[in-house]
Write a new protein. Structure first.
Length: 232
């Protein structure tokens, strides 16, 4: 006898939470995310459909496979995953569960998702992040990004949080949280629609950090050049 699972017909898409690494295309024109487990090799956009990571032709999610997007019910459960060393640079995603899904005790496995909010943690130095910078690894065609403050960019490829939201599209909201400024904990929300004061301040801080870095490099080159000219 075939087991039939109970069917749900929600009036609104369920909400779930997950973690992922933000990524930027090699030409800097697109932004997305890549998972931290089975689907980590396949970057996805803000609105995306799941496929079987094993290359099988069935629709995801399949009851006899572990394919499909995964998320948990509780935000705190997803936040706890960020404590592990390999996930410290990941971001927290709030998603709408779309299409077919299978409900489990802790979360969903599902066919389609829309990422509504991406929460970016602090820079490795503890300061509130104003950008996402090259993390030093990636996937073919995609650079993985990690939270960074303006002072820690040091010439790395980077995008401000507002720019990442615009490149990702689909009205994604990007929230910077968990960092510390001179006045305490800072929380800022950046969207893809227009530039407000927080966004302009973040962009200005990034430009200033890049300018400071280039000036320091020029100063080092100047000192090296003058030193070589006095030898004889």
């Amino acid at each position: 006898m075939r087991l039939r699972l109970p069917e749900e017909r929600p009036t609104e898409p369920p909400t779930g939470y997950k973690i992922a690494h933000p990524v930027l295309s090699h030409d800097g024109t697109r932004a997305g995310f890549t998972g931290v487990s089975l689907g980590g090799a396949l970057p996805y956009g803000v609105l995306a459909d799941a496929s079987c990571v094993y290359g099988l032709r069935h629709q995801a999610p399949h009851r006899r496979c572990d394919c499909g997007f995964h998320c948990v019910h509780e935000r705190s459960t997803a936040e706890a995953l960020l404590c592990t060393a390999e996930h410290r640079a990941a971001v927290l995603l709030e998603v709408s569960v779309l299409g077919r899904y299978l409900r489990f005790e802790l979360g969903f496995r599902y066919a389609r998702q829309r990422i509504r909010v991406a929460t970016v943690g602090p820079c490795a130095c503890g300061t509130v992040a104003s950008a996402l910078a090259d993390a030093g690894w990636g996937r073919p065609g995609w650079r993985a990004l990690a939270p960074s403050c303006a002072g820690c960019l040091r010439g790395r490829t980077s995008v401000s949080l507002a720019s990442f939201a615009r490149l990702a599209g689909e009205s994604l909201r990007v929230v910077a949280a968990g960092g510390v400024t001179g006045s305490g904990v800072a929380v800022a929300e950046l969207g893809a629609d227009g530039l407000g004061v927080p966004e302009l301040a973040a962009e200005a801080a990034l430009l200033q950090a890049r300018l400071d870095w280039f000036q320091s490099q020029l100063a080092r080159l100047g000192e090296g050049g003058s030193g070589r000219g006095t030898q004889g």
